[in-house]
Design a protein around this ligand. Structure first.
Ligand code: FEO
Length: 397
């Protein structure tokens, strides 16, 4: 695939990773891309690099525009290895005159690659550098999602190169939002937000305010993963506003694992109660669904029910894994309860309830615990709990 000119003199020269299936615990079942951008001007500038195994793909694309050795400046918007894994080899080959990065970026590069003597140029929000006819403006986006993260903005081109923000893990032959199905694109963008940025939602709100205050004139957002927003860029900004406010719908996610199907029966009874109250549900078994897909559904759900059998006095391992992951992402404003079957000790629902307390999930009832196999009467109690939760959700959304 040739480089793609996204604006006059600005080229996508990144790499497509069709087959990656796990991105630090996130299921990337349709792969991803590592986007890098080459800017032709008096000072030829490369913004970001790619994951190390894709170094030759990066150079192959750059080569079709300009000899890599002619690149003058390198901008490192973000140091995580999917963007900087090939940094040492790129620096070795192009011998940049200057490497622009944030203060935290310089520290992170030095901690990653142990090369103190490179020509780092530390920039902060508001700094800019002329590269000829174009100017690069820098905007630090600390903790979105690493301390070093920053944006590079080209006012003349109305182009925001946004690092991880507004990205999606989706490998495609197309490069622009208007070349793919928008519904699918937004689903990938939502999954990305839920799994990468959700815990930093208050900072996303501040950043969106800051971008408004700066009155940045934008008509294209070029993230470091996935499709470039050239037509629907306002739609992704609006979605980030909604997601970072953690706005929810009349929807509940019902998550569980099961040993001998007793917890599963209880969960189905709860789900039926919710459905009969007219609440949309997603019933997600941890045997069938990846944690990152469940978190994506939690993003806009008001209700959350988690079920686990008790094993060895504790949580079922998949439930423990899911709750650890979910808690770390700091979803807020949920309402729900814990549930589970047990043989003799029955700790699991109480452990879920404890984690719900830590996550500030409003629990409408004490955990439901049923020994061995639920009776019809016990399943009616689960169904009623589902209906009660459904009513609660409808009252609040
Ligand atoms: Fe795509 Fe935080 O790296």
């Amino acid at each position: 695939m040739k480089p793609v000119e996204i604006k006059p003199g600005v080229y996508w020269v990144g790499a497509i990773d069709w087959n990656i299936r796990d991105f630090h615990g996130y299921s990337t079942y349709l792969g991803t891309t590592y986007n890098a951008y080459l800017i032709l001007d008096d000072k030829i500038t490369l913004v970001d690099t790619v994951k190390k195994p894709f170094l030759s793909e990066l150079f192959h694309r750059i080569d079709q525009v300009v000899e890599p050795e002619k690149i003058d400046y390198l901008v490192v918007n973000h140091v995580e290895m999917d963007h900087s894994g090939s940094f040492p080899e790129v620096v070795e080959r192009i011998q940049p005159e200057k490497i622009f990065c944030s203060e935290m970026g310089k520290k992170a590069l030095q901690k990653h690659f142990h090369n103190q003597a490179l020509p780092y140029e530390v920039v902060k929000t508001g700094d800019s550098v002329s590269i000829g006819s174009k100017t690069l403006h820098f905007l630090e986006t600390r903790m979105l999602h690493w301390p070093d993260s920053m944006f590079t903005y080209l006012p003349g081109d109305r182009l925001l190169i946004s690092s991880d923000a507004f990205g999606q893990h989706w490998a495609t032959s197309e490069r622009f939002d208007d070349e793919v199905d928008m519904g699918e694109l937004m689903r990938h963008a939502a999954k990305y937000y839920a799994n990468i940025l959700l815990l930093y939602s208050p900072l996303v709100q501040k950043l969106l305010t800051k971008v408004q205050e700066l009155n940045l004139d934008i008509d294209m957002i070029a993230p470091d993963h996935g499709l470039i927003w050239r037509t629907n860029w306002q739609q992704i900004i609006e979605a980030y506003d909604r997601w970072s406010k953690q706005l929810v719908r009349r929807k509940a996610v019902v998550v569980y694992d099961t040993m001998w199907h007793s917890t599963e029966k209880m969960i189905h009874a709860v789900a039926n109660g919710l459905i009969d109250e007219g609440v949309e549900i997603k019933l997600m078994s941890l045997k069938a669904c990846h944690r990152s897909d469940i978190v994506t559904e939690v993003l806009d759900a008001k209700g959350l029910v988690v079920g686990s059998p008790t094993i060895n006095n504790g949580l079922f391992p998949t439930v423990a894994d899911f709750l650890t992951y979910l808690k770390g992402l700091k979803p807020s404003g949920k309402v729900g309860f814990a549930i589970g079957s047990y043989g003799w000790s029955g700790e699991a629902p109480k452990l879920i309830s404890k984690i719900f307390d830590e996550m500030k999930v409003e629990q409408i009832i004490e955990p439901i615990r049923i020994q061995y196999v639920p009776t019809h009467e016990e399943l009616k109690k689960c169904y009623q709990a589902g209906r009660d939760l459904g009513r609660k959700i409808k009252e609040s959304v």
